[in-house]
Design a protein around this ligand. Structure first.
Ligand code: COA
Length: 153
């Protein structure tokens, strides 16, 4: 049984361990960066975890920048061993719900062009291409900016 909950400070050790597995050592957020992100909750940030209640383990997490018309998905990751079973989709949907609760009218995000699993997930969840940021990533990879409108009213 897994549940989506607010990310709490005591989840940060587990999240910090998943970060380099999800984004590579060069791109992983440090504990300090993760703490700084949590400091923005609830006005500017919304962070969620998907927790396996039996194993008492964080399966994945996602973060959203909120506070204006445009919310932004800042991060989304699922533990490598837990992928391919719809968990990323569940977390993304929870972030979209949070964006709606924070009165955002649209959600944007950035994804590497070569990140096929993530692109498939975003396309399936209704995200559309807004534009390309050439050479956006440190290794020169392009970044795709995607957008999805949020249901209102
Ligand atoms: C992106 C990520 C969060 C998806 O998590 P997940 O729990 O596997 O997501 P889901 O199971 O909901 O969906 C995965 C989809 O990716 C696709 N997919 C999985 N592996 C793939 C591969 N090797 N190549 C292409 N597509 C792939 C499948 O289409 C799958 O959809 P399906 O359910 O129709 O089969 C996860 O892969 C991850 O943590 N990646 C590293 C971090 C990252 O890149 N985050 C996104 C940053 S923008």
């Amino acid at each position: 049984v897994s549940v989506v909950e607010r990310l709490r400070w005591w989840d940060l050790e587990e999240v910090a361990a998943i970060e380099p597995q999800a984004f590579g050592p060069g791109q992983a957020w440090s504990r300090e960066q993760l703490w700084a992100e949590l400091a923005g909750v609830p006005q500017r940030r919304c962070y969620l975890v998907l927790r396996d209640e039996e194993e008492e383990q964080v399966l994945g997490y996602g973060g959203l920048s909120v506070g204006g018309e445009v919310a932004e998905v800042l991060t989304l990751a699922v533990r490598p061993q837990a992928r391919g079973r719809g968990r990323g989709t569940v977390l993304l949907q929870a972030l979209l719900d949070a964006a709606e609760q924070h009165d955002a009218s649209e959600v944007v995000l950035e994804v590497r062009v070569d990140n096929q699993p993530a692109r498939a997930l975003y396309a399936r969840s209704g995200f559309e291409r807004l534009g390309l940021r050439r050479g956006y990533y440190p290794d020169g990879a392009d970044g795709l900016v995607l957008r999805r409108r949020v249901r209102r009213g």
